[in-house]
Design a protein around this ligand. Structure first.
Ligand code: NAD
Length: 358
């Protein structure tokens, strides 16, 4: 459970499910520092998912595109027959895009259904619509519809967050400079950028798992979005006129508070209740803030003392358990390893054997 998060003027307790305890501690610490700059402000586009229909064997792709767009209203109407619940809530298929892509088999026509999925992740709703309208678009394109499935690259479902990390709150000018250089490294190098973005997802995925959401879908969307114009960091950093660090994040979040396992898994239901979000939009805003906090925490640690000390101290209990410690022995072994600065399984075994009088 992560405390300290002030997002759009509201306090949140964020549930996280993750095997690395240091991730949770780091998020909390970063949120505390962000609080001094007023917390996180967020933004969200709309819960629009893209459903793709691939049409192959099209002789005249441009004419196919024309005919599909000309009959847009009929296609949208057909798609919306699939989900009266969504429609009643103000969602449903809102628009259509037609793309012509070059492939190893020549040109293919790809139709995108833009579907407002309201508070759901929306995969099932979108896939059903794609299957339903595929015969119509196939006929209009005079081609053969093949794949009919949503895209995880949800470019119309973007969450954004911003935070000012005051230099006085984060350790001074040197830390600001260190974080900027760490960010510049990720911006310039895909090897570093992959780890930079992984750190962001440490937070976001942990929240997705806690709330019963499809974290693989969110991961795929995030990395796909990061790669849209050459693989880049999902967060950006600047220094303002006061010398404080300003962090922003922009990431697609395809998360629901209804549908999938969110209301079926009892633990997910409890986590959503603790978080207290009222819509998928609010969940996405919180996720973006958490991703930014997580990233800032990692960059700050990396640019100062390195992440291993904090990480290993929290990991010491896991190592103690791996060495065979049980009950009260776990904390004793972990504590001694941390004190000696030797957080290793061989040393854990040595301590354990001494504790047991061996
Ligand atoms: P779902 O089909 O279980 O529920 C969504 C439905 O709930 C809507 O279609 C609507 O009819 C109804 N609903 C009731 N109240 C609503 C509200 N306030 N807002 C929106 N809908 C409301 O769930 P889903 O979100 O369509 O599908 C999610 C699941 O699909 C995830 O578990 C995911 O793993 C899975 N999935 C993912 C992929 C992928 O990511 N590529 C592909 C297939 C399936």
């Amino acid at each position: 459970m992560r405390i300290n998060f002030l997002i759009d003027g509201r306090d949140y307790l964020i549930p996280m499910v993750i095997e690395e305890p240091s991730v949770v501690a780091a998020a909390s610490n970063a949120a505390k520092m962000a609080r001094e700059g007023g917390g996180f402000t967020t933004d969200f586009t709309a819960p629009i998912m893209i459903g793709q229909i691939q049409i192959v064997d099209v002789r005249n792709p441009e004419s196919a595109r024309f005919e599909i767009l000309r009959n847009k209203a009929e296609i949208i109407e057909k798609a919306n027959e699939c989900d009266p619940v969504l429609l009643k809530l103000g969602g449903g298929c809102k628009d259509i895009e037609v793309r012509i892509i070059e492939s190893m088999f020549g040109k293919m026509v790809v139709v995108h259904l833009l579907v407002d999925v309201r508070d759901a992740m929306g995969a099932n709703a979108v896939n059903t619509m794609c299957e339903k309208v595929a015969p119509i678009v196939g006929r209009l394109a005079e081609g053969r519809p093949l794949l009919r499935i949503l895209s995880n690259l949800a470019v119309y479902r973007i969450a954004r967050a911003k935070a000012v990390f005051k230099k006085t709150a984060i350790g001074g000018e040197e830390v600001v400079d260190g974080v900027m250089k760490a960010y510049a490294f990720a911006e310039a190098d895909p090897f570093r950028c992959a780890t930079h973005n992984k750190g962001i997802m440490n937070g976001i995925s942990a929240l997705m798992i806690a709330t019963g959401n499809d974290f693989r879908a969110v991961e795929a969307g995030a990395h796909g979005y990061a790669a849209i114009r050459g693989y880049k960091p999902l967060t950006k950093y600047e220094v303002d006129e006061k010398g404080d660090l300003v962090g922003t994040i922009e990431v697609p979040i395809t998360a629901g508070i209804v549908g999938g396992a969110t209301q079926v898994n009892p633990l997910a239901k409890i986590c959503l209740k603790i978080l207290g979000v009222k819509s998928s939009e609010e969940l996405s805003r919180v996720a973006a803030a958490l991703g930014l906090a997580q990233n800032f925490a990692a960059l700050r640690a990396l640019a100062t003392e390195g992440i291993q000390r904090g990480h290993m101290e929290l990991h010491a209990r896991n190592i103690a358990i791996m060495a065979g410690a049980e009950g009260s022995e776990i904390d004793k072994v972990a504590e001694l390893m941390v004190r000696e600065g030797k957080i290793r399984i061989d040393y854990a075994r040595e301590i354990l054997s001494k504790l047991r009088g061996g």
